[in-house]
Design a protein around this ligand. Structure first.
Ligand SMILES: Nc1ccn([C@@H]2O[C@H](COP(=O)(O)OP(=O)(O)OP(=O)(O)O)[C@@H](O)[C@H]2O)c(=O)n1
Ligand SMILES: C[C@](O)(CO)[C@H](O)COP(=O)(O)O
Length: 231
């Protein structure tokens, strides 16, 4: 069966403020390479990924100038002040070969431990569903806290999921949804939120919880351990 190849948009225009490093976290060292190099290598190694479109900050001085990985093209464009602005810029910069109704993946540069098998499952289940995202059901008790970090109440956790990336949507549908939230001056934290705002109900596909987003300095040690385990 002819399995379509998908481009992957990689938001990498963040500042990494919660890490507090001397450069944006995607360029900090992790297991002998830059964090972003691990993420891009994982994505480029997937047989269904045709190419990578990496979104960089306008003043990025750290990008190592990668133009190809594993025989796949690596293109770049400039992002915006919010992640959702960057993703929209990436969608607009995809090659002309990517048609409006083609599915595209969006994956955070800050998630270097994504498993090939999870990308497989997302594509296999997400395309028939018209769009999907990796995630995991909440398994811990969820507390609502006050400003002094005192537990006020326990939130219901049934039907609550943590959203990961990659997320998979048709290029034009996602672009339209992101343009709509931008026009409404809304900030969405992931692509699925924009799609929900547009009236879609993207499929949640359970993925490994070790697909962590490197957000704080402490996450680097965990990511290094996981990179070996999830290789
Ligand atoms: N304007 C932005 C903000 C974030 N990102 C990217 O979106 C992903 C997830 O964002 P996050 O983990 O929040 O990264 P930062 O925004 O860099 O982190 P912080 O909030 O700590 O500054 C990262 O790969 C980041 O580079 C982006 O492309 N454009
Ligand atoms: C897209 C995401 O990784 C899904 O969990 C998350 O929303 C990114 O949030 P951030 O605050 O931009 O890290």
């Amino acid at each position: 069966m002819n399995m379509p190849m998908l481009w992957c948009v990689v938001p990498a225009a963040g500042r990494g403020l919660r890490v507090g490093g001397d450069c944006p976290k995607q360029y900090l060292p992790l297991a002998g390479h830059m964090l972003i190099e691990h993420t891009l290598a994982r994505l480029a190694a997937h047989p269904r990924i045709a190419g990578l479109l990496v979104i960089l900050a306008a003043d990025d001085t750290h990008w190592p100038g990668i133009t190809a990985l594993g025989g796949k093209p690596v293109l770049t464009t400039v992002g915006g002040s919010e992640r959702c602005d960057s993703v929209l810029a990436g969608l607009n910069a995809l090659p002309v070969e990517v048609r409006d109704d083609d599915f595209v993946l969006v994956h955070d540069a800050a998630r270097p431990c994504v498993r090939q098998s999870d990308i497989d499952t997302l594509i296999e289940r997400g395309i028939p569903a018209g769009g999907a995202l990796l995630g995991a059901p909440l398994r811990d008790t969820l507390k609502r806290a006050d400003t002094a970090s005192r537990s006020l109440m326990t939130e219901p956790r049934d039907q609550r999921w943590r959203a990961f990336t990659p997320q998979l949507f048709r290029r034009a549908e996602l672009s339209s949804a992101l343009q709509a939230v931008a026009q409404a001056k809304l900030i969405v934290s992931d692509e699925a939120m924009a799609m929900e705002h547009a009236g879609h109900a993207p499929l949640l596909v359970e993925g490994a919880e070790d697909n962590i987003k490197v957000t704080t300095a402490a996450d680097f040690a965990l990511a290094e351990f996981l990179l070996v385990k999830t290789a």
